[in-house]
Design a protein around this ligand. Structure first.
Ligand code: MRU
Length: 365
């Protein structure tokens, strides 16, 4: 992602590894402040995932993989038995951070598996190599998703997206936003509606900021305005990301995605989910098996932003004592999804069969 900081344009990733440290853009402060966090051990990385300094399924996955590599580096002076116990404790800590995005569990499992053979020194090296491989794979997947998805965006299209599935959520340029960036860079005249995405406002804070940095024409809209534009024929395609996709195609994504999908079907607008292989959970039969994260009611009762003096402040928007509920994701049934934009191409129904062919055991991908 290319960002303008203090008038200077720089290329940055959402997160990366520097030896035993994990570096990440602190997404809690954007778009008001651009700060890079340094996380010195797996516990700090786990806390950054839990508190959403890093967020978006693929970025969470990369962070989880780096966290296991950090644990291996922390334990490099230990005897094998202690090393194993230490890494296993670290994977438990990292697993408990956020429950819905399956990329986290896939990445933790892959890096933990890499620590299962050889001397302690060999296991440490294998863990770091696997964590870095996951990050590199994400970059490749993001690029291919961009290319496949851009073919769906025709000249003059108005695209609606929900939450942030851009460069901050995914190494390189994202999942849902990657096709938009490719289409825009190819000179297609397009327009994006970015849903605000209450309560954490990833659309307002992150997607609008990314689109602005990239020069893509867009408008930020309140979540409840999406149906209005769809009904008026002003949306040509909806593209969203995903946090976990079950074997039948049921898809967990940011809360509010489900209603956008139903509205898209009602208004005969194609509804695509863009996601890499790491977001598919073929062991999960359908959406009922996906755990939905319930976050603090404070995220609903309070909002963060800058005041006119430029101070970053939190303000209460409901009466003291208000009872709030805050499910972070919902499940969109597969019947509302026109297709999945993946690094293996566009996958269409029947999903149980076609997802298995693309990503099941023995698939080419
Ligand atoms: O709670 P978040 O911000 O981690 O949720 C992110 C989303 O729901 C995104 O839409 C999804 O992870 C896709 S990111 C490529």
């Amino acid at each position: 992602m290319r960002v303008k900081i203090d008038g200077e344009t720089r290329g940055v990733l959402a997160l990366w590894r520097e030896g035993a440290d994990v570096k990440m853009v602190d997404q809690r402060l954007l778009p008001h402040r651009f700060e890079v966090l340094t996380l010195c051990n797996h516990r700090e990385t786990a806390e950054a995932i839990r508190d959403m300094a890093v967020r978006g399924a693929p970025s969470i996955g990369v962070a989880g993989g780096y966290g296991v590599a950090q644990a291996a580096l922390e334990a490099r002076g230990m005897k094998l038995r202690e090393f194993k116990a230490y890494v296993s404790g670290a994977t438990d800590t990292l697993r408990k951070t956020r429950p819905t995005a399956v990329n986290l569990f896939h990445a933790i499992d892959r890096v933990a598996k890499a620590t299962s053979k050889g001397s302690v020194e060999e296991r440490v090296a294998a863990a770091c190599a696997e964590a870095d491989r996951i990050a590199r794979e994400d970059i490749g997947a993001s690029r291919r998703i961009g290319e496949y998805g851009a073919a769906l965006i025709k000249e003059g299209f108005r695209v609606l997206t929900h939450c942030n599935a851009g460069a901050l959520a995914f190494m390189d340029s994202g999942s849902a936003l990657a096709p938009i960036y490719v289409a825009h860079r190819a000179g297609k005249r397009i327009f994006v509606y970015a849903d605000e995405t209450r309560p954490r406002s990833q659309g307002a804070k992150l997607t609008a900021w990314e689109l602005q940095q990239e020069g893509v024409p867009y408008a930020l809209i309140a979540d409840n305005a999406a149906g209005h534009y769809m009904h008026r024929g002003e949306v040509d395609i909806v593209i969203v990301g995903a946090d976990r996709i079950a074997a039948n195609g049921d898809t967990a994504n940011k809360i509010g995605t489900y209603e956008k999908a139903v509205l898209a079907k009602e208004n005969r607008i194609p509804f695509y989910v863009a996601a890499p292989r790491m977001t598919f959970d073929l062991k999960c039969r359908n959406g009922d098996g996906i755990e939905i994260e319930e976050r603090s009611p404070d995220e609903v009762n309070w909002v963060w932003g800058t005041n006119e003096q430029g101070d970053y402040v939190r303000v209460r928007i409901s009466a003291e004592g208000t009872v709030a509920k805050n499910p972070s994701f919902d499940v969109t049934p597969a019947k509302y999804i026109t297709g999945f934009i993946t690094e293996a191409g566009i996958i269409k129904p029947p999903y149980r069969k076609n997802l298995h062919l693309a990503f099941g055991k023995g698939s080419a991908a």
